[in-house]
Design a protein around this ligand. Structure first.
Ligand SMILES: *Cc1c(COP(=O)(O)O)cnc(C)c1O
Length: 475
């Protein structure tokens, strides 16, 4: 085999190897819908399959590849499966997969302009596309791609704190609702804030941040001599797809001089549809906005994104000038993305976004997002017409929550919780669909997140009918 002390394969070996990998991926894209979306295995089972000492000697490369294809790849949930409804699915697309392959194949360093002008340029260009979509300032606005929404939120909160508090943030207070994503709490902990510096504002009956309670909390904190500095709104909560009252929060931020961060990691992409952009009105007023292209913009992992109204806020927060980078500083129009965020060495994430947009066109993305929102509404209509199901939170930005609750039977709340939990347990155990529960207003409910453009109403009906069959056994 090739020159293995140089970690090389021969040209023919590389080709043969690569063709097999591509064949495997293409086969997966064409057959995933007839596979089962759920995988589970215990630590013992996985250990017995994989646990070995690091091998000193070489193995046949075909054997390694075959082993991985047979044993590793099938032992994961298929998040792009049409019946993968839970958490936030990852529908992905083949063009972006190939783009990632190219970016990795050429191992492009996407940190600084001098190292890869085209990579930096594509990040600038694709960011401009996004800034325009969200009606952020075209000239002053900026942003960067991150590994995901969690890193984008963390990057946003560092920036907000730097801009509003400087070095002393001992009295700084941040506000978010009880439906805000857990990554924000994590970010706050990473940043070294104390628990007492976060105000969790209750939500109203529709799961929106309660504005009156928010105003009270800010006023009380000011009376105590504390320093309110940031409100974090959700534009599409992960639980219910609910959008906080963005315009009202923007107004409060303006009068109170607070930083306005919007976590649109789940719902931001809905800006591509008419209904979505209605719901997202006010999103353009954020100081910083997280979106997550590896969710509803159909990109493979990992790709998150942070946008800001003024790109200088990022460079003011993240620029360091060490002597070993001085030769590649360049001029200011030539952006070094390592100066705009946490990572120095960065993979070339913009390429997949760029290539998939160029290949399919923005219109295809608009149609897909619109289809997803309509599909959830159709699912809602179907559930409402059924005597077995109850809608708990209406279809919002392609998320719907419901529970099994047949009419004409008196069933206690506790029993309903048990039934719905058990339905989820059985359907997951059958591996036919990935459908788990969440808790809304103390009720155990089933949640579908319908952002896969290849999921059909027929898929949903099949899944519900399977649930009904399980329910008969459970009650
Ligand atoms: C998924 C999600 C995140 C976290 O994003 P990752 O890409 O998983 O790191 C943050 N906020 C919201 C609202 C999300 O739905």
């Amino acid at each position: 085999m090739g020159q293995s002390h140089k970690l090389q394969l021969s040209k023919d070996e590389m080709k043969a190897y690569g063709y097999q990998v591509i064949d495997t991926i293409v086969e997966h894209f064409n057959t995933e819908h007839i596979k089962k979306p759920v995988a589970f295995a215990s630590r013992e089972e996985m250990d017995s399959m994989f646990k070995v000492e690091a091998p000193e000697e070489a193995s046949d490369y075909n054997e390694v590849l075959d082993f991985v294809v047979e044993k590793v790849l099938p032992n994961s949930n298929i998040v792009s499966h049409p019946k993968s409804y839970s958490f936030v699915p990852g529908p992905s697309n083949y063009v972006s997969v190939m783009a990632d392959t190219l970016a990795t194949g050429f191992n492009i360093f996407s940190g600084g302009w001098a190292a890869s002008p085209a990579a930096a340029e594509l990040e600038i260009v694709t960011m401009q596309w996004l800034l325009k979509l969200f009606k952020f300032p075209a000239k002053k606005g900026g942003g960067l791609f991150t590994s995901g929404g969690s890193m984008a939120n963390l990057t946003a909160l560092v920036t907000a704190r730097r801009q509003r508090c400087g070095d002393d943030f001992s009295k700084a207070i941040i506000y978010m609702s009880d439906q805000a994503h857990s990554s924000n709490i994590k970010a706050i902990r990473v940043l070294g804030f104390k628990k007492e510096q976060v105000r969790i504002i209750p939500t109203d009956i529709e799961f929106k941040m309660a504005i009156n309670k928010l105003k009270n909390a800010i006023a009380k904190d000011r009376l105590k001599g504390l320093q309110p500095f940031c409100i974090l709104a959700s534009a599409g909560t992960t639980n219910t797809g609910t959008v906080d009252p963005l315009n009202e929060i923007a107004k409060i931020c303006k009068t109170e001089k607070l930083w306005f961060h919007i976590d649109g990691a789940y719902g931001g992409a809905a800006i591509l549809s008419k209904k979505g952009s209605q719901l997202l009105k006010g999103i353009e007023k954020a100081d910083s906005l997280t979106i997550d292209p590896h969710k509803w913009l159909y990109q493979p992992y990992e790709m998150g994104c942070l946008m800001v109204r003024n790109h200088k806020w990022l460079s003011e927060t993240f620029t360091e000038k060490p002597e070993y980078l001085r030769d590649i500083e360049g001029n200011t129009s030539e952006i070094n993305f390592y100066d705009h965020g946490i990572q120095l060495t960065r993979r070339f994430r913009a390429l997949k976004f760029y290539m998939s947009m160029k290949t399919f066109g923005l219109n295809a993305f608009k149609k897909a997002v619109t289809y997803n929102i309509d599909l959830a509404e159709k699912a809602e209509a179907f559930l409402r017409k059924s005597s077995k199901w109850e809608v708990i939170s209406p279809a919002t930005l392609a998320v719907i929550n419901f529970r099994y609750h047949p009419i004409g039977k008196s069933i206690s709340e506790k029993e309903l919780d048990r039934i719905n939990q058990e339905i989820s347990k059985r359907i997951v155990a059958s591996r036919e669909a990935l459908l788990v529960t969440t808790v809304l207003q103390n009720q155990v409910v089933l949640r579908m997140c319908l952002i896969n453009p290849r999921t059909t109403l027929a898929d949903i009906k099949e899944t519900l009918s399977l649930c009904e069959n399980f329910a008969k056994d459970i009650i």
